[in-house]
Design a protein around this ligand. Structure first.
Ligand code: GRF
Length: 212
């Protein structure tokens, strides 16, 4: 039984969640300025104030929202509020781009299969918050970034795309992470654009673009 593809409107409506510098967000904002890209960033959300990611959205004229865990009674309430904020912008796809929180069960119930995250390591190696540092400490010669469909695990969801970079002998964590981020931004823009224009299917952990 073929799996029906998930199709997105044209242009696809993207909600992007960030926690920091927002260079991945910026790459998406730049790409979406071309109508041929097939997607637009309709809102940017964050789990903290005062970050460059939010400033980038404001400069681009994109609406923003902030929901900090500490402003809510518990993690469950935060999960609910974050989910409603995302849904209020009627997204086709939610992109976690350097969003440093695990989304909760309410979010997954509403958006699972329509949310992707980018992780600065080659999954399944080095999940969690310190992908570049863990890769460096392990002594791998190659690392990279992984775009995946978010599930309930930590960086465990079905893989949309991966990109590789070398680890150089003189690297520190910052130099390695910067090299990863250059490749990561390209991967994110390419893959989100394909998801938007071609649709995608997820079957037996395999993510395919289009309906093939
Ligand atoms: C990216 O490498 C992302 O994968 C990681 O944090 C970084 C965020 O970078 N979780 P930016 O905020 O998009 O510049």
């Amino acid at each position: 039984m073929p799996v029906p593809p998930t199709t997105l409107r044209r242009p696809a409506r993207l909600v992007v969640l960030v926690s920091g510098a927002g260079t991945n967000l910026q790459a998406l904002l730049d790409a979406t300025s071309d109508p041929a890209y097939g997607a637009e960033v309709v809102a940017v959300g964050a789990d903290r104030d005062g970050i460059e990611g939010l400033a980038r959205a404001e400069r681009a004229g994109v609406p923003t929202f902030v929901h900090r865990v500490k402003d809510h009674a518990d993690r469950e309430e935060w999960d609910r509020v974050l989910t409603e904020a995302c849904l209020s912008h009627d997204p086709d796809l939610v992109v976690l781009a350097g969003f440093m929180k695990l989304v909760g069960p309410h979010f997954l119930g509403a958006l699972e299969g329509r949310c992707v995250n980018t992780h600065p390591a080659l999954s399944p190696a080095f999940p969690g918050m310190h992908g570049p540092a863990d890769a460096l400490a392990y002594g791998v010669k190659v690392t990279g970034a992984t775009l995946f469909v978010v599930d309930a695990g930590v960086d465990t969801g079905p893989i949309v795309a991966q990109t590789t970079v070398p680890v150089l002998p003189e690297d520190d964590v910052e130099a390695l992470h910067e090299r990863i981020k250059v490749a990561e931004r390209r991967m994110l823009v390419d893959s989100v654009g394909r998801m938007a224009r071609e649709g995608f299917t997820i079957s037996d952990r395999k993510v395919r673009f289009g309906s093939e």
